[in-house]
Ligand binder design. Structure first.
Ligand code: DC
Length: 221
């Protein structure tokens, strides 16, 4: 790694951020960090402990440890040492993550941990506030977007693959609700950093999109 950089990838839910970030990390030989998984892990903790009041969630933060482990080469998130990768990938955990991510103290808790993870650079991090708050000085910032219908179809296909029986209209409504919450919350709302490069992948194949992104990365080396 000649000159390691920080790549910040932000964008709406289900626009393929993590697939792209993982592929780019592999291409670059960098560490990948899925910050959505960290919010989901805290969301799961609050579901398990029936915590709904922000004050109770904030009080529980010192008891919560979020980490990552590698399982057969794939990154899994851990909650207090337990591998919770499959439990956090449900609609319920996603919605809970979206709600708890509105709490300022929860964000400060995770942002500090994310900044420590990027100290040595050589990192690809995806989320909602990476280019704006976590790493405002990241060398390469990408903002991914795709139409709500395309994203709902992707989420629907993922849930079917996991054996769930989703209703498309409900999945689309959920995508729209999540977009609204993510862009309208008071704390670090999802927005494009001024110096981010927008990639709309509604009409791009995975290969076309990755070519665009690898080229951008190569030019920032
Ligand atoms: O990317 P995801 O669907 O796994 O994220 C789950 C929720 O976490 C999402 O609704 C918003 C929140 N989130 C956030 O607020 N900031 C981040 N950096 C990453 C995720």
């Amino acid at each position: 790694m000649a000159n390691p950089i920080i790549v910040a990838i932000d964008g709406y839910s289900s626009c393929g951020k993590s697939t792209i970030a993982k592929a780019l990390a592999k291409y670059a030989g960098y560490t990948y960090v899925d910050t959505g998984a960290m919010y989901r892990a805290i969301g799961l903790y609050t579901l398990r402990h029936n915590l709904t009041e922000p004050a109770d969630i904030i009080a529980a933060l010192p008891n919560i440890q979020v980490g990552f482990i590698l399982v057969d080469g794939a990154q899994h998130v851990t909650l207090n040492g337990e591998d919770v990768e499959s439990q956090i990938r449900t609609l319920e955990a996603g919605n809970c993550a979206s709600r708890i991510s509105q709490i300022k103290e929860v964000r400060a808790f995770l942002v500090a941990q994310q900044q420590r993870m990027g100290e040595a650079k050589g990192i690809v991090m995806d989320g909602r506030d990476i280019g704006t708050v976590v790493f405002p000085n990241a060398e390469l910032k990408l903002f991914l977007t795709a139409s709500p219908e395309v994203r709902a179809q992707r989420r629907y296909d993922e849930l079917v693959e996991k054996g769930e029986k989703p209703d498309f209209a409900a999945v689309l409504a959920d995508v729209n609700d999540r977009d609204y919450r993510d862009t309208h919350r008071a704390e670090s709302p999802l927005r494009q950093a001024d110096d981010a490069i927008v990639v709309d992948n509604s009409n791009l194949t995975r290969e076309e999109q990755m070519k665009v992104i690898y080229d951008l990365f190569d030019r920032h080396q």
